[in-house]
Design a protein around this ligand. Structure first.
Ligand code: SAM
Length: 357
């Protein structure tokens, strides 16, 4: 798979790949169903920043939307059926992007990212007269969160379809299967299984494994996929933001900062909620490369693409610097090179990366 984009690859390790070039043809060269999470930040078009490649490229909004529609088709194809998409955008384009994405994705959340910036680091807000405003001051950016849709129906996920056909194949009713794993709801006695088959929510690992055992015991179902291959991960706990309003300060200015650089803490928040360790995270508008750094810090793999030479090489350098820091702290702690989960990743997925040293 790496061979298909070989001439564009500027860094390849056992956990990360950095490619330089126009990401649309690069995405077209990636195989279907190979990536667990797409976390990406296209040029906003609405902000018209001359220092961001592509931000001023579209004379009309619809040209921008037509261009992104080509990306949406590739994202849908490349994502694993239990994968997730997070796409940053400006509030003024969010509605139209949601409509565009809803052709092939189930829109799960419209996240508002708000920034409690330190005084002096809040951009225009500190510099403008309130009286000069002609709309409410835009104090947030948006992050659209979606999963691949099945048959254009909000309540059909690939997991729901797989469970229904396995249960029907086993000749069990929803009630029977629910009873087997003791997951009756207090109100709904079709219980958890009917919610899962309707795509309303997903089972825990324990519940899923209980169902697999019950289905296989009927002798009519031969095998069931692993939890990691079936269920879309979504893990939050009380210590983390769990609402669709996220508060993370923006990246403070520093020499060499990307004009649209997103905070690593925010990126890790999305990655850790929506992937399993070892999974592949893709960003096709990489800029500074922070998505790759966030993925690596969270023990996930990263594939990033960037068209501008200066940013692509800087991102690669930052990934290499991260490895050096990691190796140094391992050496200080006398720890061994951590083993990266390869189980469950297909040879096709692993072929994106080089062999571990
Ligand atoms: C909004 S910025 C992303 C910033 C990034 N999230 C960060 O944290 O640094 C969009 C990036 O996409 C890049 N870009 C624009 N068009 C592209 C294309 N066709 N292929 C690959 N990268 C592209 C731009 O050069 C820019 O660095």
């Amino acid at each position: 798979m790496r061979a298909a984009i070989a001439t564009s690859v500027i860094l390849s390790s056992d956990r990360a790949l950095v490619a330089e070039g126009d990401s649309l043809p690069l995405l077209r060269a990636l195989p279907s169903g190979s990536v667990s999470l797409i976390l990406t930040d296209p040029p906003y078009h609405a902000t018209k920043k001359a220092n961001i490649y592509g931000d001023t490229a579209f004379a009309q909004d619809r040209h921008y939307l037509e261009w992104l529609a080509q990306y949406a088709a590739q994202w849908r194809r490349i994502l694993r059926p239990n994968g997730s998409l997070y796409c940053f955008c400006d509030s003024s384009m969010a509605g139209r992007l949601e409509v565009l994405l809803s052709e092939t994705f189930n829109l799960l959340s419209h996240i508002v990212w708000t920034k409690p910036n330190d005084p002096g680091f809040d951009g225009w807000k500190g510099k403008m007269k309130k009286e000069a405003l002609r709309q409410w001051y835009p104090h947030s950016e948006r992050l659209l969160f979606a999963e691949p849709a099945v048959e254009g129906n909000l309540f059909r996920s690939s997991f729901a379809g797989m469970l229904r056909s396995a249960r029907e194949g086993a000749g069990m009713s929803m009630h029977e299967l629910t009873a087997k794993i003791g997951a009756h709801g207090r109100v709904n006695h079709g219980g958890a299984v009917s919610n899962w088959e309707d795509g309303r929510n997903t089972p825990s690992r324990e519940q899923y494994e209980g169902m697999c055992k019950a289905l296989i015991e009927t002798g009519r179902v031969e095998s069931m996929p692993r939890y990691e291959d079936a269920v879309r991960p979504f893990t939050v706990d009380a210590s983390k933001e769990f609402t669709d309003v996220w508060t993370f300060p923006s990246v403070r200015p520093y020499k060499g900062k990307h004009p649209a650089e997103k905070p690593v803490a925010l990126l890790r928040h999305a990655i850790e909620a929506s992937t399993f360790p070892g999974d592949i995270v893709l960003d096709c508008f990489a800029g500074s490369g922070n998505t790759a750094l966030a993925a690596l810090k969270s023990k996930r793999r990263a594939v990033i693409m960037e068209i501008e030479h200066v940013w692509a090489t800087r991102a690669a350098t930052r990934v290499e610097a991260h490895y050096e820091v990691e190796a140094l702290s391992r050496a200080e702690a006398g720890a061994e090179q951590p083993r990266w989960r390869a189980s469950g990743l297909t040879p096709r997925q692993l072929s994106l990366f080089s062999a571990p040293k």
